[in-house]
Design a protein around this ligand. Structure first.
Ligand SMILES: N[C@@H](CCC(=O)N[C@@H](CS)C(=O)NCC(=O)O)C(=O)O
Length: 205
C-alpha cells in the first residue's frame, strides 16, 4: 500500500465486517467503510460469491474477514505472533477452533433461520447447531484454563474472532454464554476499548 492510501472496508459492520472494523480500531488506522450488504452490486464487483467483507488495499482486494484481520495484524506487527513460530502455529490452531467449532455452528444456524430458501431450512439442523455451540463452549473452557487470552497475556486474532462470535451468539442466535471462565473471558475481550468503539460504529449502519 502506498503512503497516504486508505483502507476501504466493503461490507456492512452488522455482518462479519464487524471483525475488520474492530481490528482497524485496535490498530488505530484510518479507513473508509462502504456498508455493502451481502450480494449487493458493490461486493459482487469484487467477490463473485457476494459474501462480505472484503478489504480494498490500493488496487488489490482481500476477501474473508479472518484473512483480512490476519493480514492487518501481520502488516502492522500487532496482535499476532510471527509466521513460522510455534506460537503462531498455536495461534492459528485457536483461529481454526473459532471457525470450525463456533463460527460454523452460528453460520449453519443462520442459514437454517433466514439465509437458505424457506423450503430448505430445518429445525433439526438448528437444534444440532445449538448442540455443537454448547459443546464448543465446553472445549473452550478446557483449552482456556486460567489464561487471560487464548495465547496467554497477549490479545491475538482468535480472541477477536471468538469475541465477535460470542456477540453473534448472544444477540443474534440468542444462545447464552456459559457463566464462569468462558463468560468472564468473553466480557474481558468485548470490553476492550477498540471493541466498544467498533460496537458504536456498528450502530451507525
Ligand atoms: N468466511 C467468510 C464468510 C463470509 C460470509 O459468509 N459473510 C456473510 C455475511 S456475515 C455473507 O455475506 N453471506 C451472504 C451469502 O452467504 O450469500 C468471512 O469470514 O468473511
Amino acid at each position: 500500500m502506498r503512503d497516504g492510501e486508505m483502507y476501504k472496508l466493503i461490507g456492512s459492520p452488522k455482518t462479519r465486517a464487524f471483525r475488520v472494523v474492530w481490528m482497524l480500531e485496535e490498530l488505530g488506522l484510518d479507513y473508509d467503510i462502504d456498508p455493502a450488504t451481502p450480494r449487493s452490486d458493490d461486493i459482487l464487483a469484487v467477490n463473485p460469491s457476494g459474501k462480505v467483507p472484503a478489504l480494498q488495499v490500493g488496487d488489490d482486494v482481500i476477501i474473508d474477514s479472518v484473512a483480512i484481520c490476519q493480514f492487518l495484524a501481520d502488516k502492522h506487527g500487532q496482535f499476532t505472533y510471527p509466521a513460522g513460530s510455534l506460537e503462531r502455529a498455536q495461534q492459528d490452531s485457536w483461529t481454526h477452533f473459532a471457525l470450525d467449532e463456533v463460527d460454523s455452528a452460528l453460520w449453519f444456524f443462520a442459514k437454517n433461520t433466514f439465509v437458505l430458501p424457506k423450503e430448505l431450512r430445518s429445525k433439526m439442523a438448528r437444534e444440532a447447531c445449538r448442540f455443537e455451540f454448547e459443546r464448543a463452549m465446553g472445549f473452550l473452557e478446557q483449552r482456556l484454563d486460567d489464561r487471560v487470552f487464548v495465547m496467554g497475556d497477549q490479545f491475538t486474532i482468535p480472541d477477536l474472532i471468538l469475541g465477535h462470535c460470542a456477540g453473534w451468539a448472544m444477540n443474534g442466535a440468542k444462545w447464552p454464554i456459559p457463566e464462569g471462565p468462558v463468560a468472564d473471558y468473553i466480557t474481558r475481550v468485548r470490553s476492550r476499548p477498540a471493541c466498544v468503539r467498533a460496537l458504536e460504529i456498528r450502530e451507525r449502519y
